[in-house]
Design a protein around this ligand. Structure first.
Ligand SMILES: Nc1ncnc2c1ncn2[C@@H]1O[C@H](COP(=O)(O)OP(=O)(O)OP(=O)(O)O)[C@@H](O)[C@H]1O
Length: 301
């Protein structure tokens, strides 16, 4: 076999594909601004953020909602830090709107019953299409699980703690090797979400911190292959107690689009700030603006 092929060799298939008008498959992770997230076969999405920024909560929301929206999708989650039951507790809180602490402490009361039942049945409806990888937490084990489970979406939470095949001089070598393999998984039709730790940077006062202003593509730990290998890179940055920015630091296939989200931690739920209006509903007018509005002149309608 020759070590190259020409554009001419590709031409017919490529042209047919263009003319078919069939867009590439993308999995929707929610509504509103969540639709800006391009996750699909062949794509690797990287998401970083300081400890506790909400990376796991965000990724699990995307996965559960993608499974709810697309009934043919199957997902495999490898989470090194949190047991599957804890991940499900948090999704139960999000879907029911019942405080995650009450759920964690198993202190539910009758007033919660309806919402909890509804959330249980939502989670049950996707249960057979969501798999959690058992230890050992290695890439090899993830690949085996993905094949056995026939998944289309893989989640690695988080990459610095997942063992790559082969011997590596250091963690950097191992993360670089993992990213190379993950690109191959994507080229084989998987959608891949990679959660990554970030390193501290200097803030505006020269202090070492995780402050959002300093976090960028180079902040992903053991970074080089991570930033080059992914298609999209996001960093989740807290703005205030209940708002976060999902900074879009790399977009291989389109424009970079940051997303503002509110993060209700007690129920582990992210909501786009620019939520779509419900058809037929009127936007609420702030009472203050009515109060300050000039009074209509007498006799005018
Ligand atoms: N019951 C709760 N009530 C309020 N806040 C909570 C509750 N449970 C978790 N949290 C907060 O929600 C956030 C969850 O973040 P998550 O575990 O998704 O972060 P992460 O970025 O994945 O963190 P890490 O890097 O430590 O894995 C944390 O800030 C945590 O303090």
């Amino acid at each position: 076999m020759k070590s190259f092929f020409t554009a001419g060799d590709l031409f017919e298939d490529w042209r047919d594909e263009i003319e078919s008008g069939k867009p590439p498959t993308l999995y929707r992770c929610g509504t509103g601004d969540f639709e800006k997230i391009e996750l699909g076969p062949g794509r690797v999405m990287l998401i970083g953020g300081a400890p506790g920024a909400g990376k796991t909560a965000f990724v699990m929301q995307c996965v559960v909602d993608a499974l709810r929206i697309d009934p043919t999708l199957r997902a495999c989650v490898l989470n090194v830090e949190m047991a599957p039951g804890v991940l499900l507790d948090r999704q139960l809180a999000r879907l029911s709107g019942v405080d995650a602490t009450l759920i964690r402490q198993r202190k539910l009361e009758t007033i919660h019953a309806d919402r909890i039942d509804q959330a249980f049945s939502t989670l049950e409806s996707i249960g057979e299409r969501l798999a959690f990888v058992r230890p050992p937490y290695s890439l090899e084990n993830l690949a085996n699980a993905a094949d056995e489970f026939e998944s289309g979406l893989l989640v690695l939470d988080y990459i610095q703690r997942i063992e790559a095949p082969g011997d590596h001089a250091d963690n950097r070598g191992s993360v670089n090797a993992s990213m190379n393999f993950l690109r191959q998984f994507a080229d084989n039709g998987q959608a891949v979400i990679v959660v990554s730790a970030v390193g501290r940077t200097k803030d505006s006062k020269g202090r070492s911190s995780y402050s959002g202003e300093g976090l960028n593509l180079a902040s992903f730990r053991e970074s080089s292959e991570l930033e080059f290998g992914c298609d999209d890179a996001y960093i989740l940055v807290p703005i205030d107690e209940d708002t976060v920015k999902l900074g879009h630091h790399k977009s291989r296939h389109g424009e970079q689009r940051d997303i503002s989200l509110s993060f209700a931690k007690s129920i582990q739920r992210f909501t786009p700030e620019s939520a779509p209006s419900i058809p037929g509903s009127k936007p609420r007018t702030p009472i203050e603006s009515l109060w300050n509005r000039p009074k209509p002149a007498k006799g005018s309608v």
